[in-house]
Design a protein around this ligand. Structure first.
Ligand code: SAM
Length: 232
């Protein structure tokens, strides 16, 4: 699976993707993450990506031209790579990139959406900044807007990291034992509110704080029942 991220702060991503499961997935070729500096698609001396809002108001808006150019160029590059590799078109859910804008106005992200996105093999994420992006971008090149919650952040970079992290865990092979994902919170399709059960590790008694007896019993049926019914 491939993620292309369009941002004005590419350096923000380096530490997030350099550790743990995501790094492992990239190193093993299960995941490709390309980070693109939006300023690459500007034509002026100052590499300006923003401008004032028509009609007035505080704050700046991300200009349409660099965003249109960026998405077009990323899609074109993938088209060339795909045709060179003669990839099977039918295996691609959406050709050359499903475009997502991170935005407070988007649909709220959840585990079900993460599962849906994990089936798409090429996703382009646009990280907004300032007061947001020119509406023509949203209407013409964005396939969907995603919010990570009902609050306002300074940019779409942290939301993009959240989406990539949640989706990557669901790509086949990224998490070795698939049972992990099946038992995670929000992952039961029949009960999306179901949460993970409490977990304990050694020591069984830490300064008088004891691990529930049943977990030490070795009786898997009883443990299963306790985990299903435990009051969190
Ligand atoms: N003017 C916008 C509003 O009131 O809805 C807020 C813009 S915010 C300061 C700048 C950028 O951060 C947005 O364009 C978006 O890309 C990102 N952003 C902020 N909050 C977000 C959220 N909850 N979910 C996803 N993206 C968010």
């Amino acid at each position: 699976m491939k993620f292309n991220i369009i941002t004005i702060f590419p350096d923000l991503f380096s530490s997030t993707f350099s550790y743990g499961i995501i790094k492992h997935a990239v190193d093993n070729g299960l995941l490709e993450i390309n980070i693109h500096d939006l300023r690459k698609w500007t034509c002026d001396r100052h590499k300006q990506v923003d401008d004032r809002s028509f009609g007035g108001g505080p704050g700046m808006i991300l200009k349409p031209e660099p965003l249109f150019e960026a998405v077009e160029s990323i899609k074109l590059k993938d088209e060339v790579t795909d045709s060179l590799q003669k990839r099977d078109k039918q295996n691609r859910t959406k050709e050359h990139g499903h475009v997502i804008l991170l935005s407070p106005q988007g649909k709220t992200f959840n585990q079900q959406k993460a599962e849906e996105l994990s089936k798409i093999d090429n996703i382009i994420l646009i990280c907004g900044r300032y007061e947001g992006v020119d509406q023509r971008v949203i209407e013409n090149i964005v396939d969907e807007e995603i919010s990570i919650g009902r609050y306002v952040l300074s940019g779409g970079e942290i939301p993009a990291m959240v989406v990539i992290d949640a989706v990557s865990r669901l790509i086949q092979g990224v998490i070795k034992n698939e049972d992990f994902n099946a038992n995670e919170s929000f992952s039961d399709p029949k009960d999306r509110d179901k949460l993970d059960f409490p977990q304990y590790t050694r020591p069984a008694d830490y300064k008088g704080m004891k691990v529930p007896e049943v977990l030490l019993s070795g009786d898997h049926k009883k443990i299963e029942t306790w985990r299903r019914n435990v009051d969190k």
